[in-house]
Design a protein around this ligand. Structure first.
Ligand code: FAD
Length: 380
């Protein structure tokens, strides 16, 4: 068999549809939502109508029968224009719907997936607690105690994406259900005792929803256990492996957005009587952005391909996430430099990206955690 780097015609077709949607419907309003720190409900609904939240899932529960690469292409294209909506999609699919699709019982899938896959409602996954996210196992304090046919949950989570939007219907949370036994439990957000704090004042991702969660005697039926009791640790490790590929795609979107903006600006903007792009100090920075975008894109696509082929992909997912997120931080800094003073305003896409890029090195496993995973995989 030969080696092919081409997208299948249907993948390329869908990528174009999403790119066009992002340029027409998101780009003109992204600065405004960002400035207001407002979650763009109307656009998320439109993304749902396009089928983006159902992309990698089967049609049995309302999915699009697409593949994981097509999801990543969509995340890249949305993220190229707006990182807040890119993470809303990534988390809605990867953290909200995917764990229920992958580990849930038939009844749970039928109850929750259709609304999540159509993007009418959003789901979230609460793993991180105030005691620490890198050591998510050791730092978990949330407990679920059995009382008859119910779990009674007490504790809290922090930094949970999509947990408090008006579309959110469900949060899956990890909790101790015994000695060294972690279980994921599905919590409908209207359950008494469940509450969310006001949104954080974040450095970036201003139009995405991130909340602290509180569980005060939250009572849900034991049938809300995601898959098997005690499988929580394994479930979140798998969820994070997939999420890292998708975060890499989001980072590539950011780098590509920087390239587009910088090429345009460097042709238009003049200094000392010449377009700034005619100075190699500027042109070479943009050449480096292109190198980073192409390299990072191949990395996430390779990890995706391994996942879709049923090959091990943990290491490749970490490599793609680590490289792409660090490259995105560099790209945003260099693009901002090319824009000069305008780059330091959030009216420009590169200015917003400068704020948004940093968290790519933190969420779904920090850069240090990725290096830890890669070095362990090498036997260290
Ligand atoms: C905007 C945003 C959205 C998020 N969304 C979600 C979500 O939807 N669901 C969810 O569960 N979580 C979410 N998170 C949490 C995120 O996954 C954690 O912030 C992340 O895993 C890091 O955990 P921490 O913040 O507790 O840092 P810590 O774990 O306290 O780490 C602090 C520092 O120590 C370093 N460090 C830790 N251990 C080691 C080690 N062994 N070796 C070297 N260095 C180490 C870290 O790399 C980091 O630099 C989100 C976070 C943010 C900011």
């Amino acid at each position: 068999m030969g080696l092919s780097f081409e997208l299948a015609p249907e993948q390329e077709e869908f990528r174009r549809v999403v790119a066009d949607f992002a340029d027409r419907e998101i780009a003109p309003v992204a600065a405004e939502f960002n400035a207001q720190g407002r979650f763009p409900v109307e656009i998320v609904r439109r993304m749902g109508e396009l089928g983006l939240f159902g992309l990698p899932f089967g049609s049995d529960y309302g999915g699009m029968d697409g593949d994981y690469l097509t999801l990543c292409l969509a995340i890249e294209e949305i993220g190229r224009v707006d990182q807040s909506l890119g993470i809303t999609l990534e988390a809605g699919v990867g953290l909200g719907a995917a764990p229920i699709d992958e580990f849930g019982t038939e009844e749970q899938k039928q109850r929750w997936l259709p609304q999540l896959l159509r993007g009418e409602r959003l789901g979230a996954f609460g793993l991180t607690e105030s005691g620490g996210g890198s050591d998510a196992f050791g730092a978990t304090r949330t407990r679920a105690v059995r009382d008859g046919d119910d779990w009674v949950i007490d504790g809290g989570k922090q930094f949970i994406t999509n947990a408090g939007t008006e579309l959110t219907s469900v949060v899956t949370v990890t909790a101790w259900t015994g000695e060294q036994q972690m279980t994921s439990i599905i919590v409908p957000v209207d359950t008494p005792g469940f509450s969310v704090a006001p949104p954080y004042h974040k450095v970036g991702w201003h139009a995405s929803d991130t909340r602290e969660l509180h569980f005060d005697g939250v009572r849900v039926p034991v049938s809300n256990t995601l898959g098997e009791q005690g499988a929580g640790f394994r479930q979140f490790l798998k969820t994070l492996d997939d999420g890292r590929i998708a975060i890499s795609a989001l980072a590539v979107g950011l780098i590509q957005g920087c390239i587009e903006e910088c090429v345009r600006y460097a042709r238009e903007r003049e200094a000392f009587g010449r377009p700034i792009g005619s100075y190699q100090a500027i042109a070479f920075k943009i050449a480096d952005l292109e190198v980073a975008a192409q390299t990072a894109r191949q990395m996430y696509r390779y990890a995706c391909w391994r996942k879709m082929e049923g090959l091990p992909y943990k290491r490749e997912a970490s490599i793609a996430k680590l490289y792409s997120s660090e490259a995105a931080v560099t790209a945003a800094r260099e693009a901002t430099q090319i824009f000069g003073g305008m780059g330091f305003t959030t009216e420009t896409r590169v200015g917003r990206f400068y704020q948004d890029a940093k968290v790519l090195e933190i969420g779904e496993g920090t850069s240090e955690v990725q290096r830890l995973l890669i070095s362990r995989d090498l036997g260290l």
